[in-house]
Design a protein around this ligand. Sequence first.
Ligand code: CUA
Length: 330
Amino acid sequence: MRRRRLAGFAAALVVLACWPAAALAAPFWPVSGQTLQARSISWLFWLVMAIAGLFLLVVLGTLLYVIVAFRGREGQPDPRPVYGHLRLEMWWAGIPFAILVAVFIFTVREVGVETAIAPDALPITLIGHQWWWEFQYPGAVSANELHVPVGRQVRLQLLSADVVHNFWVPELAGKEQMVPGQTNLWTFTPEQPGRYDGACAEYCGTQHGWMRLTVFADAPADFDRWLAGQGQPVSQQVLSQHQDALRLYTANACGACHAISGVSNGKAAPDLTHLGSRSTIGAGVLQNTPDNLAAWIQDAQQFKPGSYMPKFRLSDADARQLAAFLEDLR
Ligand code: CUA
């Protein structure tokens, strides 16, 4: 019995020790803010962590001391119970209260650290879907990979097409709700070029876990080039090269859900006009390679069970042909 209890205690210690290590290794750890908001969130995070850590040490230290120093001894009578100790109670209510007030003041100070909208702010509408992201730029539509220019304020309008989602890119911004029937605004100014991982941070159904997004902060000239490219329809040359694939696309009613500029205008699923220029498919579930895309088209359920992309009975050759066409949409 005693040994089993000791084993349980050791297991609990191991879990406790692993938890911070696992959290540190996770990609969504709010410690390296790359924008004004993200830095203010990191700062708050460390402030609260420091206070909590200090109290953890004080409380655990006191507890250990009391356990050892006042342990029961043979033949000793029970200690006299204490009922009510006003001064002590005032301390242990007063100190947490003062800490909460201080944290509250710091939090309020950091909320809305960047609310003024710059005259040249770039407006982008983000729409959350089960389980992918739609991005509407002036003159272009994209999905799951958000490009933003470095040094220019980005003004996000956050919407949802179905249930509540939550936009979260820890290194760039805090969490912001995406609520059906409501428009939430969020602004941030990317400072460093790079690639930033994000995810949906509100449980929104079966595939909430694969509602990932990637933000690419591009140099302004690169961003302008990218945006101009995304605004282009599919070239006639690509269409005429892939006549057979286009027939498969139509025969399988892909266009009922997906849009390809000049070919179909489905709205229920990601726009594919420039699918070939994205690095992942299925909102992050697979790398965007011709083989992965062909496998995804045949049986998306295998990779993302419960998603709205049905299983298609396509031969390997047909799936590859369709994938080759989609990969040429750059
Ligand atoms: Cu969308 Cu969770």
